[in-house]
Design a binder for this molecule. Structure first.
Ligand SMILES: [Zn+2]
Ligand SMILES: [Zn+2]
Length: 237
């Protein structure tokens, strides 16, 4: 299975747009998050020769602009896309999806979107003093479990615990995406890396809102198994 990084703050080529937010294409048909704006996402899918007509499922991690920005452009002119959201997303977000011809699904628990690709469903986290709903993607491949996160506002460890409980017999392979550790001290980052090691996670790629400090600490711990997840890269899982 392949995951192509469609958008992030750094890219592997000059022609690729970069900015705040993330977007991942899992296989050919599952898009996870859409970055900060449609223009950038469409530029990158063109540069990377991604066939957008093959996309059938669009999963949005959480209702923040840097993850939903390109959604309108992806849905435009389409009638056959399933959009996966959480019940706690804003009414505005839901109304926008419903105003088109595509379908909106909301889940508060694990769902299998296509064979081997699951969503955690809604996990409640805290953001700026209020609640935030977020979901992560879990891919179960020959290599084991891969968890892909948007911002991980509910906490990367909380998300991994849920995945461990859901798939107790499957080994972990990789975890990448936003880990939201910008405000964490290196002591906290080390304790999170210990959890990663205890879970047997072989490859790790903190990016986006993970913070430079955590990226550096993970890079040091993981060495060649650190994933940079730059726009234009393909991660094999
Ligand atoms: Zn974000
Ligand atoms: Zn966010």
């Amino acid at each position: 299975m392949e995951v192509r990084i469609l958008f992030n703050s750094a890219g592997i080529e000059e022609n690729l747009s970069t900015g705040w937010g993330v977007s991942f294409l899992i296989g050919d048909s599952v898009l996870f998050d859409t970055g900060e704006k449609g223009e950038s996402l469409l530029n990158n899918t063109k540069e990377m020769k991604v066939d957008l007509s093959l996309i059938r499922d669009v999963v949005i991690s959480h209702d923040h602009w840097d993850h939903t920005g390109g959604l309108g452009d992806i849905l435009h002119g389409r009638q056959d896309i399933n959009v996966y959201a959480c019940p706690g997303f804003s009414d505005e977000f839901k109304a926008k999806v419903r105003s088109g011809h595509n379908r909106l699904f909301e889940s508060d628990g694990f769902v299998e979107v296509v064979k081997g690709i699951y969503l955690t469903g809604e996990i409640i986290g805290e953001y700026k003093g209020g609640d935030i709903s977020e979901q992560a993607v879990v891919v179960d491949s020959d290599k084991g479990l891969t968890v892909i996160t948007g911002c991980a506002h509910p906490g990367i460890v909380k998300i991994l615990d849920l995945v461990r409980n859901k798939f107790p017999d499957r080994p972990f392979y990789s975890v990448f995406g936003g880990f939201h550790l910008m405000d964490k001290h290196s002591r906290n980052i080390h304790s999170i890396i210990n959890v990663f090691k205890e879970l047997g996670i072989k490859k790790a790629g903190p990016t986006h809102c993970s913070g430079t400090e955590s990226e550096n600490v993970f890079k040091k711990e993981y060495g060649d198994s650190f994933l940079t997840a730059k726009a234009g890269e393909t991660i094999y899982i």
